[in-house]
Design a protein around this ligand. Structure first.
Ligand SMILES: Cc1cc2nc3c(=O)[nH]c(=O)nc-3n(C[C@H](O)[C@H](O)[C@H](O)COP(=O)(O)OP(=O)(O)OC[C@H]3O[C@@H](n4cnc5c(N)ncnc54)[C@H](O)[C@@H]3O)c2cc1C
Length: 498
């Protein structure tokens, strides 16, 4: 049996590419080595809880790339969303709690001027009726496409300017710098001295493009009902409805190259599948060196791929609680300030600092109660961890517990069980690194300098967090956009229906 396209890996990039091709009438097969779809955007069941593999909050929701991927296979509106509106940002002993009703500031300690500003905002917001606030946000949103068009050409000028350089020039409020450091690290997987300011600008502009008049811009950040796996699963159901195949437990061992082009794959059990083209979601370095073999590329190309810098990897602490200890959606926590030093230790020295790590956390069962048994709660927290750490990953586990206790007091007393995922969880091939997002969105690897989805080997393409020239965005959203863009290119230029 021969296919139009074989897709290696059912991560978001692979699923989106397969959905767009299947929706375009092409015969596709998705081969996934695991027993479930989604890769890093997946979920597992355990004792009545549904645990995500990593991702927390995503950008775009029903207005973005995920929905577009589902729409291509006739599954629009199937994924239901919780829109994030109830978060807490805690920096040392100061906390900023934000929801659609009000902003609450709780402080102990320094930065009195900033506190006054925030208190003023709180006062203002409490005076403002919710309808007025929603209207204001909606008006702001209507202007976004115009603002986006005006700013886009300027972004390029910041391709070589790091976020740290930008902060050094314009921001000397330490706590705000810490917040920005953590948020940008969570978004791009690189420390501020590596992340390009233009990537931040393009990402915000990209999110703005999802805005449609009439929606609340805050609807652009959310969490899918049923856990993160709902997104790739819905696409895969649609792919199958369109006649495509999705095979689990199917590890691809080799991409077959004949006459200089990709013509199929060989599975671990020796089965051979043939296709007009092969799309890999298995990582660009892994694909070139392991699945295809460097001998099929010229030396300059293999060297470029070898030198690509991956983003940071992550730990993921998942805890099942015997009761509900909080009603928020999640947030960010910094138990000990000075994040530049913290990330220097992690990123440059491959160490695990002796303090609670900065974290992003979520309470998925507050966003979808079906994710935990009645009366129980699920808490997930992530933070940066280097794959090549000089210290045992297990050193991070108690520190991560302390970090969650800092943002959710009483957390430790209510844990029924927990697990701790480390970078090894995310490795697909033994000797390769396991970045949380993909290759780093750092200076020299963004915009036009990002690797193309098209490989030099005819018939071979890459999707996911590893490729996609001129595509920016935050992790899951970006990977999905890369899959869709690659498939659209193929439909228009490679597998053209006459
Ligand atoms: C801890 C953590 C927290 C995160 N938090 C967020 C967040 O809050 N928001 C957000 O937007 N993003 C977040 N991300 C990032 C996001 O999950 C990833 O960027 C995104 O899911 C990667 O998608 P991908 O298309 O690159 O595919 P991947 O998820 O990398 O999937 C690739 C798939 O290919 C399969 N595969 C590999 N090799 C083979 C082979 N030889 N044969 C068959 N199959 C193969 C793998 O099993 C996998 O299923 C987080 C990631 C982690 C790890």
């Amino acid at each position: 049996m021969s296919y139009d396209a074989i897709i290696i890996g059912a991560g978001l990039g692979g699923c989106a590419a397969a959905a767009a091709l299947a929706g375009g009438g092409k015969k596709v097969i998705v081969l996934e080595r695991m027993d479930r779809v989604g890769g890093r955007c997946s979920s597992q069941e355990r004792e009545g809880f549904k645990l995500d593999m990593g991702s927390h909050f995503v950008v775009g929701c029903e207005h973005g790339a995920f929905e577009e991927g589902c729409r291509r296979v006739g599954r629009e509106g199937v994924v239901k969303w919780h829109h994030v509106n109830n978060m807490v940002l805690k920096v040392e002993n100061s906390a900023l709690a934000f929801n659609m009703e009000k902003i609450t500031v709780q402080t102990e300690g320094s930065d009195p001027i900033k506190i006054n500003v925030a208190e003023g905002m709180q006062e203002m917001m409490s005076l403002m009726p919710r309808e007025l606030m929603t209207m204001g946000l909606s008006m702001m949103g209507q202007m976004m496409p115009m603002v986006s068009a005006m700013i886009a050409p300027i972004a390029e000028q910041f391709d070589e300017v790091s976020i740290k350089q930008f902060m050094d020039q314009y921001l000397d409020w330490r706590k705000m710098r810490d917040i920005l450091e953590l948020v940008q690290f969570a978004a791009f997987g690189t420390p501020s001295w590596m992340t390009a300011t233009s990537e931040m600008i393009r990402t915000v502009l990209g999110a703005m493009e999802y805005y449609k008049p009439g929606i609340n811009p805050l609807e652009l950040i959310g969490y899918p009902k049923g856990g993160l796996i709902s997104i790739p699963q819905t696409m895969c159901e649609g792919i199958q409805e369109k006649g495509g195949e999705v095979r689990l437990n199917s590890n691809v061992r080799k991409v077959i190259i004949e006459g200089g082009r990709a013509t199929g794959v060989e599975l671990e059990d020796g089965e051979i599948l043939k296709a007009s083209l092969v799309i890999s979601n298995a990582g660009i370095k892994e694909t070139v060196a392991e699945l295809v073999g460097e001998e099929h590329f010229d030396a300059e190309y293999t060297e470029t791929i070898r030198k690509l810098v991956p983003g940071v990897s992550a730990f993921c602490l998942r805890a099942a609680l015997d009761t509900k200890i909080s009603d928020i959606d999640g947030g960010f926590g910094i138990a000990k300030g000075g994040l530049e030093d913290y990330y220097h230790k992690v990123w440059d020295e491959y160490l695990i600092p002796d303090c609670p790590p900065p974290i992003m956390y979520s309470i998925p069962s507050n966003m979808d109660p079906s994710l935990a048994p009645e009366g129980k709660q699920l808490v997930i927290a992530i933070g940066a961890l280097m794959y090549e750490s000089k210290e045992e990953f297990s050193k991070m586990e108690p520190l991560a517990m302390d970090a969650v206790e800092h943002v959710l007091p009483g957390f430790k007393d209510h844990i029924m069980w927990h697990d701790f995922l480390n970078p090894n969880t995310y490795i697909t091939f033994g000797e390769y690194l396991a970045p949380a997002i993909g290759i780093a969105q750092c200076i020299g690897q963004i915009g036009n300098k990002r690797p193309s989805s098209m490989s030099p080997v005819p018939g071979l393409f890459y999707v996911g967090g590893e490729a996609g020239k001129n595509i920016s965005g935050i992790a899951t959203d970006m990977c999905t956009k890369v899959g869709l863009a690659c498939a659209d290119y193929i439909l228009q230029n490679v597998l053209v229906t006459t």
